[in-house]
Structure formats: C-alpha cells, structure tokens
Design a binder for this molecule. Sequence first.
Ligand code: LMR
Length: 391
Amino acid sequence: MLAQLTQQPPDALLALIKLYSADERADKIDLGVGVYRTGQGDTPVFTSIKKAEQILVDHQDSKAYLGPEGDMGFVEALKPIIFGAGFSKLDQIDGMQTPGGTGGVRLAAALAKAAGVTKIWMGTPSWPNHAQIMKDLGVEVGTFNHASADGTADMAGLREAIAAAAPTDAILLHGCCHNPTGIDYTLSDWEEIARLLAGKGMLPILDLAYQGLGDGLEEDAAGVRLVLEAVPEALIAYSCDKNFGLYRDRVGAIYMMGEGVDCLPCIASNGAALARANWSMPPDHGAAAVRTILEDAALTAEWKDELESMRTRINQVRARLAEAGVAGSVDLRPLAGQRGLFAILPLSKEQIAALRSDHAIYMAGSGRINIAGLTMGNIDKFIKAVATVSA
Ligand code: LMR
C-alpha cells in the first residue's frame, strides 16, 4: 500500500537551509528561513536562556510527564507579556503549551473545526504553512488580498472578506511582523478590524509569532489586545521560537478566550483532547527555560534587553535598505515602514534564480527576504545584486 504514495516535494522554505549549506561560495548570503542573525551573521543562544538552562540543570528534579497542557507555569508567566497590565478579560482566557507556534496554529484551527467552523479566511500571501495546515485539517480557506501596491495593508480587501464571510466562519490574522510581507495593520486599522469582527460575530484566530521584533513587546501586542477586548471569543497562537531564540526547541502556546468563565473548562478540555491525539504532550525544555526567565526579574530584564537589541538591528537594516531607494526595478523605500524579519521584494522567479546562481543570495521563491540575514558587511553586495538582476 505504501508503494502507492506519490512523491511529495520538500517544504520549499526548509529545503533552502540545505541548499545554502551545500553552497561553497564564501560570500553567500542566507535570506531564507526566518531566524534572527546578529551583525556577524550568527544565531546565538540568548544569554538569558543559557542562564535559565543552567538553573534547570542544577535544580530540575524530574522529567516525568506533565500532561497534554504542558508547563502551566510557562503558560501563566507569558500572560502579562501577551495581554498586558490593563487587560480586562484575563479571567475569560485559558491556555496550554504547544510544540512551537505551529502547534498553536494547528490546535487553534482544529478547535475551530471541532466547534463547527468550516471556513477560515486569511490574507494572501501568508506564511505558506498556514494553508498547508488548513488543507491537512480539511478546512475550507477563504482568501483576501493582504498587501497594497504602496506597501501598506489592503484594508479594503479585508473589509470585503469580513462582509462576505458567514458569522460561523473564522479569520486568521497575523498579530504583528506579518510573515511574509512585513506589512502590519496600523492601530487605527486594528480598531476597525475589532469593530468589524465584533459586528460579524466570526471567530478570530490571532497568530502572534514575533512579539517584540517589531516596535516593542507592548506595541506588537496592541492590535491583538484591541480585538480581544471587542469580541466574545478568540483563539491566540503564540510562539517563543523567535523572541526567545528557541527555534528548534519548539516553544509555543495557545490561548483560548471564551464567553463567560463557565465555558472555559469545556473549551480547554477540547484543546487537551486534541493535543493528546496530535502530539500527546509538548516538549518541555524550552518552555521551562522561558518560565525560569519570566519568574525572575533580573533574567526578565536581561531577556528584554537582548530582544531590544535584535529589534534595533532589524530596524537599522530596514532603514539602510530604504536609504538605498530604488535598486533596479525594486523600490526598497517602503521597507522602512514595515516590521519584523520579513519583506517581499517584487522579483520574478528568474530574477530570484539569478540571485542564487550568479550572486549566491538565497531567498524564498515568493521573493521573501529575511532582513536579519543582511549585515553591514553584505548589504551593499545585496543591493547591487538586486539592482543587477532587476535592471
Ligand atoms: C519562517 O517562516 O521562515 C519560519 O516561521 C520558519 C518556518 O517554520 O517556516
């Protein structure tokens, strides 16, 4: 029976990791998968994480099972970071740990499906795995255009989608640092989105995978908080993979907001049952390290400093690209106003292939670049190469 399976292509984004490693050119540039890199091109373990891991080595006394919800101390410790001090609905929110933000998105979509949602709307382009998850779950996807030609969010497209949706549909929105475009909603866009979603009654699924990499921890969660204050029910998929640099440790969470305190145990029980059937229990180590940081004021301050230096560097690279103006046919100026690790450059498949073959520059086939792959040492080469292939 297994012989009847048809060959599947490798995930295009993850395949880039191997292609880049195999390239022997010394001046190669990796703008592929979304990992932060320092000005020296490294992705080091955070100092705060190293310290937390040392504390775990010294004091963790068991690795016995915790259960499908994982480390609830981690889930609780993250709440003030995500929801903030003034948030009025904390008693309507329950959470559980998931394997990475992907686990959070998967569980959110599966919960929505279990609750009767048959269609989930999302902007295009989106993180390619969003559509793959929906397809795997057998949930219909409705799409709307996310990015306008001027490099801002296409609010008209979103308004039309919400107007066309059924109240029993769900909508998946990126909380900040939109992947792959870097184009976020403004605060006044979010106010309107919150109003529209509350009016329609559809279920928001908010994917917050890059909190702190845009404008700051508070600023990056502001849109999500506005939506949560306005609607009765929502699901939030959260990732610590980027803002704690824990990528391969797979550290994420789902938060479930229900209408009224009474329904929470029922929602959470469904989350736990789905988790048990999917992955049984999430991996512990990374989440335990995050909890250790967030339960310690000095380590939390150190982590926030490390996150701030990442954000500052990303935004410096954005400013430097925008300063270059127009490279060939590519206008780099809108990148200054966009946020997070990613931007989409309007390059053709042939131009992207030429960047790889002639200039050893690796980026996703969509034209997405990882801003953090650029350093003061390689950015001029990059701008020149973009100008050459797009002239
Ligand atoms: C990315 O978009 O590059 C990251 O979120 C990594 C991934 O899992 O795709």
